[in-house]
Design a protein around this ligand. Structure first.
Ligand code: PLP
Length: 378
């Protein structure tokens, strides 16, 4: 099996799975219980928070655990207007955000918030010129994705923070760091971010757990009310084993961040070189300075879903750019927003790497895609 769909999810690492099993079997009490077992579970969570804080380079009270990045994004963007009731009712995001942001924004628009969706250029980048045009006196928050999950386009955060700090220091910034956390060696807290959202299952941790970072001058309003856990910012008994698995995955990802990035860079390079060597007709939709973990390629003349099926027969797993909602196939709104021709959008596949992939796997992938294209007479 060759798994090249790591932007969708990753295989839980051994250290992450072992940590989860250890906590599930030997530290399974409710951390809110006042007896000794509860105290031990609470200590486990506190220990994990310290580890997260070391990786993120923040204080441990700046972290709230959630069930996933979708919940993190919903919490930040829906709660913002409640926790800052006197702030202007306008926000800015972009057309290529993940659905977790876009659908939350659509909800907000039905509830009195005005949202401007910035366009992107052919590389998937937003521009400061467009941001200046969109900025209003009542703009209160920007929400952008650090690394786009379909193309790997990297947001120029230095430029964004410099702009905010100079032109509108009162505007808060939320970043969706799902595809960059533990992958790109960036000190996101130092950059001046107010909030960011991440997810465990994208970095070899378990599913069902994510977190929100919120800066010292930023507040969170809870999406979920109840027993007051996590200082009432996110009620519900915390999943200690999931937190431990997520923590182990994070520590491992951060300790291997440079070597994983180097590997992904050589995998991407080898993929493009090998496809060219084989005279395969393809278009790379990811910009050259994209995160090397995500490569979006079109094979004109082939349909992405057919390619995925044929590759799947050889146990090679990639995904389509085009999201399929229910039974209706829709073209990728991300690629379309980049003004990529429909023919290319229809034939796009996303290949996404992790630190477990090898150059041999890429060679096999290229051989199999070459065979697939021959079968399809492309
Ligand atoms: N944001 C981005 C960029 C993603 O890639 C994903 C997952 O695909 C999400 C948000 C949602 O993450 P989760 O699955 O943890 O809700």
């Amino acid at each position: 099996m060759i798994y090249l769909d790591n932007a969708a999810t990753t295989k839980p690492s051994e250290s992450s799975s072992n940590e989860m099993a250890r906590v599930m079997t030997s530290n399974w009490a409710n951390p809110s219980s006042v007896h000794a077992l509860g105290y031990r579970a609470e200590k486990e969570v506190e220990h994990c928070k310290t580890k997260f804080a070391e990786c993120i380079k923040c204080s441990s009270d700046r972290i709230v655990f959630t069930s996933c990045a979708t919940e993190s994004i919903n919490t930040v963007l829906k709660g913002f207007w409640k926790v800052y009731p006197r702030s202007g009712r306008h926000m800015i995001t972009s057309v290529t955000e993940h659905k977790a942001t876009l659908e939350t924004c659509h909800y907000l628009e039905k509830n009195g918030i005005e949202v401007t969706y910035l366009p992107v250029d052919g590389n998937g980048n937003i521009s400061i010129v467009e941001l200046v045009k969109a900025l209003r006196k009542d703009t209160s928050i920007f929400s952008f994705t650090h690394v786009n999950s379909e193309t790997g386009t990297v947001l120029n955060i230095d430029e964004l923070f410099a702009f905010r700090d100079k032109q509108c220091p009162e505007v808060k910034i939320h970043l969706d760091c799902v595809q960059s956390f533990g992958k790109l060696p960036v000190d996101i807290v130092k950059s001046g971010v107010d909030y960011f959202s991440v997810s465990s299952h994208k970095i070899h941790g378990p599913k069902g757990i994510g977190l929100i970072y919120f800066g010292a001058n930023s507040k969170i309003f809870p999406l979920i009310h109840g027993g007051g856990q996590q200082k009432a910012l996110r009620s519900g008994t915390v999943d200690v084993s999931a937190i431990s698995g997520f923590c182990a995955a994070t520590v491992e990802a951060f300790s291997k961040i440079d070597q994983s990035l180097t590997l992904a860079t050589s995998l991407k390079q080898s993929l493009l070189t090998e496809l060219e060597k084989r005279n395969i007709k393809f278009v790379c939709n990811s910009p050259s300075d994209a995160s090397p973990f995500i490569v979006n390629l079109s094979f004109p003349g082939a349909k992405s879903e057919v390619l995925i099926r044929v590759l799947g027969e050889s146990e090679i797993y990639v995904s389509a750019s085009s999201a399929c909602s229910t039974k209706k196939k829709k073209l990728s709104y991300v690629l379309s927003a980049m003004n990529i021709r429909d023919e290319y959008v229809q034939s796009a596949i996303r290949i996404s790497f992790c630190r477990n992939n090898t150059l041999e796997e890429i060679a096999t992938f290229c051989e199999k895609i070459s065979d697939a294209l021959k079968i399809l007479h492309v």
